[in-house]
Design a protein around this ligand. Structure first.
Ligand code: SF4
Ligand code: SF4
Length: 280
């Protein structure tokens, strides 16, 4: 039987979620609690407490078989439900099968070249991903995953085979305390996972969000680049400026936006290892 996954939103067209014009599926739920998360309502799953029903001005939320039913057609996207939620979650999530998900993308197939799944953390739902990836490939779409660096693809050859490219977050150095400061979790072997993917030809890019003072970005980027240096010339490193939009106010108050000189220094480190840097 097909596994259902909590789908937060489906974009039928995106040029920032991998190569070319792609559809993007965002799943709800994450095993990290990153200090700079700009979609914190995607971290926790809704537990159907029902508290947000009363604040919806559009009647878009109702009780349904012990859960919460969200009617997209009625929704004003005012976020009153998210602001009310004691879990900082969202009721605007639908549990869909892979078939139901791809059916929402089928109408735009002539206009896209691939499908990317992001989150939350998409690798929390590997069976769903594998099924969705197979359906994407049947349609001639490339299949990419955007992950937080906690998943070891070497343990799931089925998912690895169906995946064309991985966008892998390198949050901080797992060998020191910075990792917990950034993610709220103990370190995973992200660089080891990245090196494995690179050697399989499946690593599309490393991604690091940069905020001065949060962690030593120069040391991290240098270490990451050295691990994949020379493996695959197509791999790029996306250096992402921290921006406060959407970030929880108590956390944003402690974070700084990087200047051009730091971003250019990091790009120089990548390029000295022969890795293309993209600053966004
Ligand atoms: S965003 Fe939430 S509260 Fe606002 S209309 Fe939609 S369901 Fe209702
Ligand atoms: S979104 Fe939050 S407030 Fe609404 S039902 Fe779910 S857990 Fe309760």
């Amino acid at each position: 039987m097909s596994e259902r996954a909590p789908v937060n939103r489906i974009l039928r067209s995106s040029i920032v979620d991998g190569p070319g014009n792609r559809a993007a599926v965002f799943l709800q739920g994450c095993n990290f609690d990153c200090v700079y998360c700009h979609n914190p309502e995607t971290i926790a799953l809704c537990n159907s407490c029902g508290r947000c029903l009363a604040v919806c001005p559009a009647g878009a939320l109702s009780e349904n078989a012990g859960g919460v039913l969200w009617e997209k057609e009625r929704c004003l996207f005012c976020d009153a439900c998210i602001r009310t939620c004691p879990r900082n979650s969202s009721p605007r999530t639908r549990f869909l099968t892979a078939e139901e998900t791809i059916a929402e993308i089928d109408p735009v197939l002539p206009f896209i070249r691939g499908l990317t799944v992001s989150g939350g953390e998409c690798t929390l739902y590997p069976a769903f991903l594998q099924e969705l990836g197979a359906l994407a490939k049947e349609r001639g779409l490339s299949f990419f995953l955007d992950t937080n660096g906690s998943y070891d693809f070497s343990g799931n050859t089925g998912l690895l085979e169906i995946t064309d490219g991985v966008m892998l977050d390198v949050k901080a150095d797992p060998d020191n305390t910075e990792y917990k400061k950034v993610t709220g979790r103990n370190g995973y072997d992200t660089l080891g996972f990245g090196e494995f993917l690179a050697r399989k030809g499946k690593l599309f890019e490393f991604r690091t969000v940069v905020s001065p003072g949060l962690f030593n970005a120069a040391a991290l980027v240098d270490k990451a680049c050295r691990r994949i240096k020379g493996v695959d010339p197509r791999i790029q490193y996306k250096l992402i400026r921290y921006r406060p939009v959407g970030v929880r106010p108590d956390k944003a108050a402690k974070l700084a936006v990087p200047g051009d000189s730091l971003m250019e220094e990091l790009a120089g480190i990548c390029e000295s290892c022969g890795i293309k840097a993209v600053i966004v």
